[in-house]
Design a protein around this ligand. Sequence first.
Ligand code: NAD
Ligand code: GLY
Length: 366
Amino acid sequence: MQTLQVDLGERSYPIYIGADVLRAEFLAPHIVGRQVAIVTNETVAPLYLSALERALEGYAVTSVVLPDGEAFKTWETLQLIFDGLLTARHDRRTTVIALGGGVIGDMAGFAAACYQRGVNFIQIPTTLLSQVDSSVGGKTGINHPLGKNMVGAFYQPQAVLIDTASLVTLPARELSAGLAEVIKYGLICDEPFITWLEENMQALRALDQAALTTAIERSCAAKARIVAADERESGVRATLNLGHTFGHAIETQQGYGVWLHGEAVAAGTVMALEMSVRLGWISPADRDRAIRLFLAAGLPVVPPADMTAEHFMQHMAVDKKVMDGRLRLVLLRSLGEAVVTGDFPRDVLDATLGADYAALLNSLEH
Ligand code: NAD
Ligand code: GLY
């Protein structure tokens, strides 16, 4: 069992990583009162809810089981959490526990931030994506039909419990989606990690526990460092959004849940890499190395064929990095070094949006 720390002064919290962390000894120190509300969904509940309820013996536990899917990351679903809390008369000392992937973590965290103006919150992420990214750092929220994650709050948990064993039930496509965010850390801040991932990608996809634990620890350590430096995203934290501006446009345009978040991030990152090449910041060989890594992870690297430059621009205009009407993007200065900038010629962005990514992939394969 490994413990990392997110250093945020008096709001600092531990991240426990191991194959057997759903235990009372890790939960109890982070629960203030006697009431607990577990928020999960209809897929995760049959797998892990009873184990968690057992670990919470002695507490008054309410379990709220939500419908599964990105399409349900909405106001209406959020209301079901409040219905459950109020029906069971949870007071201000209750603890909300998110048990599930990033959709559950984001919604349960937002509910915890809002319920009675803020109650205790614990994250138990069960997808690779949520274990390496969304459960750490306190971004919570829901989607709006016009924009992904557009309504939410910064609200840090009291603890994050990462049970690596829960990944054995994760569908392969979801594991690949999580690998997109793992690769992201290498690209933005840890070039040697890219080499490690190239050497260990098959082990990761085969659910090798040692490889997964290393990848999760390294990813969480990077995220904890970045969040501690810039909790509210006024600077370096925005680099965690590499590929997300293009990716969120894909998710919104295709309909939430059609492309998985990690898949959209992978294809979106390829677009950010292509733009970095066009600006002369990275070489085509660097770009192709990253594309090969996404392919090895089982991820898409070509944006949807039906998405035009106009579609992208329409959705990118409501990105959270837009400041005073100016679009800012996360791009790479080199592999392992990301920058956030609005300082690029418009024609380079247009060329990036209009590039032929299928041809790029084809040229790579031959
Ligand atoms: P998800 O929550 O939809 O989970 C993916 C699927 O796996 C779901 O069907 C889920 O029920 C199922 N599942 C979860 N755990 C399982 C397990 N152990 N075994 C079998 N099935 C399991 O998707 P995700 O990829 O975890 O998260 C994506 C969401 O996270 C997006 O909404 C994205 O916007 C958000 N996100 C938030 C942040 C943040 O900082 N808050 C960062 C990245 C992504
Ligand atoms: N996933 C981006 C962030 O947490 O800032």
